[in-house]
Write a protein that binds this ligand. Structure first.
Ligand code: ATP
Ligand code: MG
Ligand code: FE
Length: 342
């Protein structure tokens, strides 16, 4: 079964082809991605209308590229999976209209998907993937959640952020420091040269006893710290280090608390912040002590991509989900993952 996947929920256009064998083993055959980061950079954030227009421009060339990469044709595609939500309405509409239109022309069914399900399942694209059940720490630009994942379509929310997402905390504090857009990776790079403990920021909700997070206070703490100060290169690196350590500390503590609480042996980390090296270092060190395994997506599949959508579509179909007849377009810009069933 060959599944075409299309991602267009925000500022990345992704197209991929995933083949699921009858024995349940799958292969990512081809994938193509275009990031709009350079286009949005001069505005300091994603401009929704520009994002939609760019998805329109990119989808067909990316599809051609993904097909050419693996020597397949559209006629060989069995189903078209695409991101139905959550995300920017206009951006989602481009992918949904494209997928439903193409599927109608080909006489193939579609699989509308939840974007976070794609992130959540993305570590399964790795050479040594986790096995169900596992605990997942989903840390992206818009979400910070801890979930119990019992199988495809079986997601139980254990905790989440009460305000900003972890990625948002990285991006917003980076913006305060004038690090441009998107600030997360830039802040992480600077933090590498920072002295641990030189600047200490609060760890919100570290001891709240639940699995929830709160990151919005960090902006104010950083603003208060840097206001009126002339920071040299080292001092800026120290601030970045302080911010990163605060965020990572809370993420690691809560993720391990979730593993302990559920009695599971596997922790999966997904979403863009999962690319953070300090987060990986700290989690890996703790995992050895706690005798658990931690799994991450390949770096290129941490942020948005088509591969995770093609994979999620194929896994859903393999797990018995019904593909839908092509045609009607319905996007879901706001869509809690907890409402998802198989
Ligand atoms: P969502 O999936 O919740 O809709 P999104 O798709 O925008 O949000 P992702 O693409 O998964 O989010 O991740 C982007 C986020 O990851 C940004 O906030 C970015 O700053 C952050 N990020 C990427 N790399 C790093 C890194 N190395 N360190 C910290 N943050 C990072
Ligand atoms: Mg993005
Ligand atoms: Fe995402």
């Amino acid at each position: 079964m060959l599944v075409l996947g299309i991602e267009s929920s925000c500022d990345e256009t992704g197209v991929a082809l995933y083949e699921m064998g009858s024995d349940g083993t799958g292969t990512l055959l081809g994938h193509a991605l275009h990031s709009q980061i350079a286009m949005h950079r001069e505005y300091g954030g994603v401009v929704p209308e520009l994002a939609s227009r760019d998805h329109i421009r990119r989808t067909v060339p990316l599809l051609r590229q993904a097909l050419a990469d693996c020597g397949r044709t559209l006629e060989q595609v069995d189903a078209i999976a695409y991101t139905q939500g959550p995300g920017l309405a206009g951006a989602l509409l481009v992918g949904a209209a494209f997928a439903e239109g193409l599927a109608t022309a080909l006489g193939k069914p579609t699989v509308p998907l939840h974007h976070l399900e794609g992130h959540l399942l993305s570590p399964l694209l790795s050479a040594s993937p986790p096995r169900f059940p596992f605990v997942a720490l989903l840390v992206s630009g818009g979400h910070t959640q801890i979930m119990r994942v019992s199988g495809v379509g079986q997601y139980e929310l254990l905790g989440e952020t009460l305000d900003d997402a972890a990625g948002e905390a990285f991006d917003k504090t980076a913006k305060l420091l004038g690090l441009g857009y998107p600030g997360g990776p830039a802040l992480a790079r600077l933090a590498e040269g920072g002295k641990p403990g030189a600047v200490v920021f609060p760890r919100p909700m570290l001891h709240s006893g639940d699995l929830d997070f709160s990151f919005s206070g960090l902006k104010t703490a950083v603003l208060t710290y840097v206001r009126g100060k002339e920071l040299d290169e080292q001092a800026r690196a120290d601030v970045c280090r302080g911010i990163q350590d605060a965020i990572v500390d809370v993420l690691v503590t809560k993720a391990l608390a979730a593993v302990k609480k559920t009695g599971m042996q596997q922790l999966v980390v997904a979403g863009g912040v999962g690319a953070n090296r300090e987060l990986r270092r700290r989690l890996n060190a703790k995992a050895v002590k706690a005798r658990i395994q931690v799994y991450y997506p390949e770096l290129e599949f941490c942020t948005d991509n088509g591969a995770m959508i093609a994979l999620a579509g194929a896994l859903r179909l393999a797990a018995g989900a019904q593909a839908k007849a092509a045609g009607p377009i319905a996007i879901r810009p706001r869509w809690p993952l907890s409402e998802l069933t198989l």
